[in-house]
Every structure is written in structure tokens, then in C-alpha cells.
Design a protein around this ligand. Structure first.
Ligand SMILES: Nc1nc2c(ncn2[C@@H]2O[C@H](COP(=O)(O)OP(=O)(O)OP(=O)(O)O)[C@@H](O)[C@H]2O)c(=O)[nH]1
Ligand SMILES: [Mg+2]
Length: 197
């Protein structure tokens, strides 16, 4: 549901990072911001509270070059994991082109991860998305922590249909650009009328 501006020859795509509170969504977007040349990125808006939790959303517009003569720009958003802001999830998901679901790999966070994934699935369905068609990528974050579950287990829990997934330590930047590249490439394939990988 990318927004195409024919007069300026621009395509605007929306990528949303979703996941339970403190799973590392803002850390991903912050790292991408730091890694991106100043002329390709817009202003990073972090909707943080005093304790760094995202209260509204984070937003980073990112220029990635041309697709068939159209300037393509990805707008990255994160949705705050705190469930009492569920309404803003609906709002931010409107018109989404690609989703990165960030899983906190720690065993003690599984219930929250699963709850967050259920809410996401419900909201996508409510907005008329076919979750088999929408570019959706999994990121298993916090691989550095001792209670991280094996990726195989996480795959069974979240990703039985074997969509692309990546391991990450977002606080070190590991896996962050790989995840972004996978989701943006999938979105571009969809724009060109292609198939999912
Ligand atoms: N050890 C470790 N810490 C991480 C990793 N990724 C992020 N963190 C830390 O986890 C905390 C929460 O990260 P955020 O990126 O703010 O989490 P968020 O998903 O945006 O959280 P909300 O905005 O509250 O939903 C921060 O202290 C990060 O530095 C990781 O891979 N390993
Ligand atoms: Mg955040």
C-alpha cells in the first residue's frame, strides 16, 4: 500500500518494527540512522519517555535509490511495546508495506513475545492484510544474553511458515542491516509485482 506520487516520481514505503516492550525495536532504528549517510536519511524522531521507552513512535525516513525511475523512500516506524498503547499500533500499522517482528530471545520474555505477535496478527487481519502475502520478517534479537532460547525453538513458535528470519544483537548492530535489507528488498519485489522469497 505504498504511496506513489506520480508528479514527483516518488514511492514511499512504510516499514514497521513491531515487538514486545524492550525487545530492541528502537535500537534497530537508531543503529540504521547512525549507519546511513546524512543525505539519505531524514530526521530521526524518537518519541521517548524519560526512561527511554517509546511512548508514541520512532520514525526515520530513508532514501534508498531508484526503482524504475522512481525515487524510493522507506519510512521506518517502531511501535511501542507497552500494551496500554494498543490503539497507536492500529494507527501506525495503517498502510504498512513491510513488518519486522522483533523477538526478545530471552526465555522469560516468551509469553510477552507471543502476546505481542497475537496482537499484531489480529491488527493486520482487522486491516485486511493477508499475512501470507505481506512482507514480514522475523528478527531474533538479544542473542548475546544467557537465557536466549535456541533459534530452532523460536522458529517453531513464531515462524512455522518459514518466512525470512535473522539473528541479531541490535545493541552491537549485529544483524540489523541484514534484517532491514531483507524486508526492503521484499517490499521492492512486491512493488515490481514479484513473488515472496
Ligand atoms: N543485551 C542486549 N541488549 C539489547 C539488545 N538490543 C537492545 N538491547 C537493549 O534493550 C533495551 C531496550 O531496547 P529498545 O530498543 O529501547 O527497546 P524497544 O523495543 O524500542 O522498547 P519499547 O520502545 O519500550 O517498546 C535497551 O537498553 C537496549 O540497549 C541486544 O541485542 N542485546
Ligand atoms: Mg522503543
Amino acid at each position: 500500500m505504498s504511496f506513489i506520487n506520480y508528479s514527483t516520481k516518488e514511492v514511499n514505503c512504510k516499514i514497521v518494527y513491531v515487538g514486545t516492550g524492550l525487545s530492541g525495536k528502537t535500537t534497530n532504528v537508531q543503529y540504521i540512522y547512525e549507519q546511513t549517510a546524512a543525505d539519505l536519511r531524514g530526521k530521526f524522531f524518537a518519541g521517548n519517555s524519560e526512561n527511554e521507552r517509546t511512548l508514541f513512535f520512532d520514525f526515520l525516513p530513508l532514501g534508498v535509490g531508484d526503482v524504475r525511475g522512481y525515487k524510493t523512500r522507506f519510512h521506518l516506524y517502531t511501535i511501542p511495546g507497552q500494551t496500554f498503547y494498543e490503539v497507536s499500533q492500529q494507527f501506525i500499522l495503517k498502510g504498512v508495506d513491510g513488518v519486522v517482528f522483533v523477538v526478545d530471545s530471552q526465555a522469560e520474555r516468551m509469553e510477552s513475545n507471543l502476546e505481542s505477535f497475537e496482537i499484531l496478527s489480529r491488527n493486520l487481519e482487522r486491516q485486511g492484510y493477508d499475512s501470507n502475502k505481506l512482507p514480514l520478517i522475523f528478527q531474533y534479537n538479544k542473542r548475546d544474553l544467557p537465557s536466549a532460547l535456541p533459534v530452532k525453538e523460536l522458529e517453531q513458535m513464531f515462524n512455522p511458515s518459514r518466512k525470512p528470519s535473522f539473528e541479531a544483537v541490535a545493541s552491537r548492530g549485529d544483524g540489523v542491516m541484514e534484517t532491514l535489507q531483507a524486508v526492503t528488498q521484499w517490499v521492492i519485489r512486491e512493488l515490481k509485482g514479484g513473488e515472496k522469497p
